[in-house]
Design a protein around this ligand. Structure first.
Ligand SMILES: Nc1nc2c(c(=O)[nH]1)N[C@H]1C(S)=C(S)[C@@H](COP(=O)(O)O)O[C@H]1N2
Ligand SMILES: [Mo]
Length: 254
């Protein structure tokens, strides 16, 4: 009888000894497992893999588990790819709405910045209303590959815009035309002030203009800021087409 009791006690001890480990293991999958589509075997492995456990520990566990090292890596990867985008979406969503509408306004405005009494941010309508400085003509162009052509442009005279509207300061020497794509062309103030020519019509004189209309059609704002710089030739053979900066963002006076 004593023997049986001792054996029973021993058996109870063994059973209780084994079961103390299991609640701990079953607890952890609950906290991690949510949202992860992993089968039970993988889930156990996943628990061991959690945070502090090293790869060595995983290998030991592998002995009595069907999960291989490769599949552990897969789980790690799936954990990374499933969780990371969720965080990004949560971070990115809030700022998307308000600043984007401000940006849209900004993109379609023409800025005059730097050494000027009146730094300007002009809408297309404000520019079109400057009747006193509008210029319209066929401009001749020559590009790097020898291609030539005539294009009809309508816009405002850049020098009149800088002198009369922005009122650039007397110490200003340089005018940079900057596009939204980063394309930039620099002129001296003298080069902005001067008149340009057309090698095919020696009598014609052209100011530099900022155009919003090309061959009778206004630029679509879908294609970026609706302004193009148009410059004639300094002398016959002058390759002027590269200076026709499209999608102007700002005119910077220094
Ligand atoms: N914003 C912007 N304007 C630009 C350029 C550019 O890369 N970005 N390229 C210039 C060059 S090198 C040339 S030859 C002409 C080409 O004009 P097109 O595309 O109307 O032929 O645009 C000029 N204006
Ligand atoms: Mo070009």
């Amino acid at each position: 009888m004593k023997k049986i009791l001792i054996i029973l006690l021993a058996v109870l001890l063994i059973i209780s000894g084994c079961s103390t480990g299991t609640p701990e293991v079953s607890k952890e999958p609950e906290s991690i497992g949510a949202g992860n589509e992993i089968n039970e075997d993988e889930q156990n492995e996943f628990v061991n893999d959690n945070e502090e456990s090293t790869e060595e520990e995983i290998e030991i566990e592998d002995e009595d588990s069907p999960v291989t090292e490769d599949s552990v890596e897969e789980i790690q990867e799936s954990k990374a790819t499933e969780e990371a985008p969720l965080e990004e979406v949560a971070k990115e969503e809030p700022p998307v709405e308000e600043p984007s509408s401000e940006e849209t306004d900004d993109e379609n405005s023409l800025k005059i910045q730097g050494l000027a009494e009146n730094e300007l941010s002009l809408s297309l309508d404000e520019l079109k209303a400057m009747n006193d400085i509008i210029f319209e003509a066929d401009f001749y162009s020559l590009n790097n590959f020898g291609t030539t052509g005539y294009t009809h442009f309508k816009g405002v005279k850049l020098w009149d815009l800088l002198e009369g509207k922005a009122v650039i300061k007397p110490e200003a020497t340089k005018v940079s035309i900057v596009a939204h794509d980063g394309y930039l062309i620099e002129f001296t103030v003298e080069q902005v002030k001067m008149e340009y020519m057309d090698e095919t019509n020696s009598d014609n004189k052209y100011p530099i203009i900022i155009a919003w209309e090309e061959n009778g059609k206004e630029y679509s704002t879908d294609e970026g800021a609706p302004y193009k710089l148009v410059v004639g030739q300094k002398e016959p053979g002058d390759i002027n087409k590269p200076q026709w900066v499209s999608n102007i963002d700002a005119v910077i006076v220094e």
